[in-house]
Write a protein that binds this ligand. Structure first.
Ligand code: CA
Length: 238
């Protein structure tokens, strides 16, 4: 992924357009990239599509509160790890606790200075980074380093394209479970992309080939095909 080398993307969720403009301007001056959402539904959509590195989330939003957005993000498989800083005009202790309870990483009371905001953002990103860096998945003789984007099997490097990488990550996170083509399409390609179910088979074939490359006759095929049901990661598939 080239994303790690890019400037962090901050999604600003705030219904006051002037404040969005000001925050974007200030954050971009500090070297961040920004995106904006003006209500909770838009925030959920953009968070799922663009996977920002951090959300600045206003508490008071029309239709759907910031608190609700926060809870929704924590439930989504694509969004649950995105760090969130809640913004609010209310500074009462109860709200603060509710904000942090709902899954926010930090909390900033309006009005705040730009330097304070930037310091908080950097601190939250620093805390989030090691969590991602340490993320190594293991199954059988396969090791997957999510941060370094590296896969090894039995000590050999396995070279995967981005789609195969996402497929394998999903399997490694749920070993033994059978996923239908439709489920895999949702997880790997996303809801709003139209891809034919047969495309999944193509990528599964590539993933299998890559995992088995360089192995000998003893190397088991880790991907189990379940007739008319889908696929699973299963070391005892033979
Ligand atoms: Ca607001």
């Amino acid at each position: 992924m080239t994303r790690t080398t890019m400037q962090p993307l901050i999604l600003i969720v705030e219904d006051e357009a002037d404040l969005v403009t000001l925050l974007s301007y200030n954050l971009e001056k500090e070297g961040f990239r920004t995106a904006a959402a003006y209500d909770g539904d838009e925030a959920l959509l953009i968070a799922n599509e663009q996977r920002p590195d951090l959300l600045l989330l206003d508490w008071m939003l029309p239709h759907r509160s910031g608190l609700d957005v926060c809870r929704q993000l924590r439930r989504g498989s694509k969004t649950r790890d995105i760090p969130i800083i809640m913004l609010t005009a209310r500074g009462e202790e109860g709200d603060r606790v509710r904000g942090l309870d709902s899954g926010a990483d930090d909390y900033l009371v309006k009005p705040f200075s730009n330097s304070e905001l930037v310091a908080r953002i950097r601190a939250v990103l620093r805390r989030a980074a090691p969590r991602m860096a340490e993320e190594i998945l293991g199954y059988g003789d396969v090791e997957m380093d999510l941060a370094a984007h590296r896969v090894r099997r039995g000590g050999r490097d396995v070279h995967l394209g981005p789609t195969e990488f996402r497929l394998l990550r999903h399997f490694m996170q749920h070993p033994g479970r059978v996923f239908s083509r439709e489920q895999l399409l949702d997880v790997v390609w996303g809801h709003d992309v139209y891809v034919e179910p047969r495309t999944v088979d193509v990528h599964i074939r590539r993933l299998r080939k890559a995992l088995n490359e360089g192995g000998d006759a003893e190397t088991p095929d880790l991907i189990r095909t379940v007739r008319s049901a889908g696929y699973a990661l299963d070391a005892n598939s033979q």
